[in-house]
Structure formats: structure tokens, C-alpha cells
Design a protein around this ligand. Sequence first.
Ligand SMILES: [Zn+2]
Length: 215
Amino acid sequence: MTEAELRELICEVGRRMYARNLVAATDGNISVRLGPDRFLCTPSGVSKGFMRRQDLVIADGRGHRIAGENRVTSEFFTHLAAYEERPDIAAVVHAHPPMAVALMIAGRGMTEPVLPEVVMALGAVPTCAYATSGSREGAAVVRELIRTHDAVLLDRHGSLSVGPDLLDAYFKLEKIEHAAQTLWAAQALGTLRVLDASQIARLRESGANYREGGE
Ligand SMILES: [Zn+2]
């Protein structure tokens, strides 16, 4: 993808995040890796629902702005931590999905294997330790879990999902919130029926077969 196409895609993903209530006001941020020390990211203080391509900024691997008029978001350090831990990823999406955050605040979290589709696509979605939003500490607390998970929750804050491209990272966010809505409804109706160990093992096997078959 060219940089112009990536700018357009970031704006489109931002509009969808805003329209789907995954962020409010100027919340959330999106970045993609353009090169080894070059990242295209959403700016500070601009609504994800109303971004223009020229609003985006380019930052280096220390979080310094290289190009663009706006400020780099303070939460970009959290994105950088993910890029440092995961050389395989090229996109990071941070949002405030309300139902997923509500489950986490209530202490239910999203680590229980209930929905096969979510187990296959995401595995568990663990919650990182609490940290002040946008602080260096916020970047530090995601490092360990993002090494082994493509999506994590930030304690009493939001979500962080990563992927080899932007749509992949964004779809993980959609899946988190969709799963959270289903889990919440199920909990309101009764007890969650969790997948057992053999069911999870078979899912993992079929996942491996599916990937092998697709090559
Ligand atoms: Zn946030």
C-alpha cells in the first residue's frame, strides 16, 4: 500500500471506530509502520470520526514528529512498545470499546474461552496492569502481554490490538467488542458455558490445519 492509501485507510478505520461507538470525542488512536523507524499515526486532539488525510502525523521510533502539522498523541508510546516487542506487526489500534471495558471493570475480563470464533482468532484477551493513560508507565505495562497476545485490555481504560496490517488490527477490535456484548448478554441470562480443554485442543488443531491448507 502507498502512503496515500494508508492515510485514506486510517481515516476510514477512524470513521468506523467512531460510528460503531468504539471511541467517543477525540479518544483512541491508530498507527501503521511505514518503515523501520517511521510510523504514520493519528494526531492528538482530533476526533477519529472526522479525520482528514492531512491531519495525520509521521513519527519516528522515539515518538518524535517527523512530518505533519499536529502533535503526536501521548499514547503513541504504547504503540511503540507494541512495535518494539512485535517485529511481525505493522499496525496498532487503541480504542475504548464500552462493553469490553465494562466487563473488565466489573472483574469479569475476557480470558475465559467461551466463543470458538474468538478462541480461534484472538485466544484470550488478558488485562494489563493499571497505568495512567498516555504515560511511559502505560507503555511499560503492555510489553509482556502484547508479546504473546494480539489483543489486550488496558485496565479501566480500553483495548490495544495489533496485526500484520491495519484491517487485521481493526477487525480484532471489532471482535473484542462483539464478543463482549455476547458475553454480557449471556451472563445476564445465566451461567457462561466455557469450552473444555479437549474442545480447545481440537479448535487449535483445526486452526493449524486451516492455515496449512490455505498456503
Ligand atoms: Zn485511550
